[in-house]
Design a protein. Structure first.
Length: 242
């Protein structure tokens, strides 16, 4: 495992709540500037969609490479694409700190996790709102992050699906008992009204798009979300990450 990856995995231990602004809600004509306005973010979340796995087409590898050169914020690439076994490694090689694939699309998820790590990235596994967590618990032992979708993947600005927090609670218990060693991330509908419930359930990293980029002051909105998450997650601290 590369030294940089070892360092990144160590940095996830006992981490404070992380905020990952979603560039999907930014101005695509000014992506470098939009990354700059959220300086101080823990990760910059990039939704890659292929118009096949989800009914939308967004950013791809060339844009990720350009953003990597334009910002010091670690890139968190969420691949909502078919055949991630073929394409995901390129995002790791481009310098993304975390590359997340969907269990619904990966053909060989254990092998893919190993390949992502070998390419220098953390390996993330995502599940849609209707996908149960339990069948994939042993596969998650090979991953560094779990991304729980709290909206249907494909478009920004959707309403938060509160029922997915049951999956977060299950994953948090498994992390606390040592069965899993990973960071729990949530994506979809995160804002000032929903982040506290997500934090209380056990989320470590919060992807927020409209709540940050559609705010009058994105940096202030990001700070406020972090403060809310810190307050709401204060009652649990054991087993945050492995």
């Amino acid at each position: 495992m590369a030294p940089s990856l070892l360092s990144e995995r160590a940095n996830l231990r006992d981490v404070s709540p992380m905020i990952a602004p979603s560039i999907l809600s930014a101005d695509f004509a000014r992506l470098a500037d939009e990354a700059a306005v959220v300086a101080g973010a823990d990760w910059l979340h990039i939704d890659v969609m292929d118009a096949h796995f989800v009914p939308n087409l967004t950013l791809g590898l060339p844009v990720v490479k350009a953003l990597k050169a334009a910002t010091d914020i670690p890139l968190d690439c969420h691949l909502m694409i078919e055949n991630p076994d073929r394409w995901a490694i390129g995002y790791a090689e481009a310098g993304a700190v975390n590359v997340t694939v969907h269990i619904e699309a990966a053909a060989e998820p254990v092998k893919l996790a190993a390949n992502l790590r070998a390419a220098g990235a953390l390996a993330g596994l995502s599940i849609k709102p209707a996908t149960p967590l339990e069948p994939y618990i042993e596969i998650l032992r090979h991953y560094d992050t779990l991304l729980v979708m709290s909206v249907e993947p494909g478009f920004g600005g959707q309403d938060f699906i509160v029922e997915v927090l049951n999956k977060v609670r299950t994953a948090r218990r498994l992390v606390a008992t040592g069965h899993l060693k990973l960071l729990i991330e949530i994506d979809g509908g995160i804002n000032a009204d929903t982040i506290e419930a997500a934090a209380e359930a056990g989320v470590d990293c919060f992807v927020a798009g409209s709540a940050i980029y559609h705010a009058h002051d994105p940096a202030a909105a990001m700070r406020h979300l972090r403060e809310q998450a810190e307050r709401s997650s204060a009652h649990w601290s054991v087993g945050r990450t492995g």
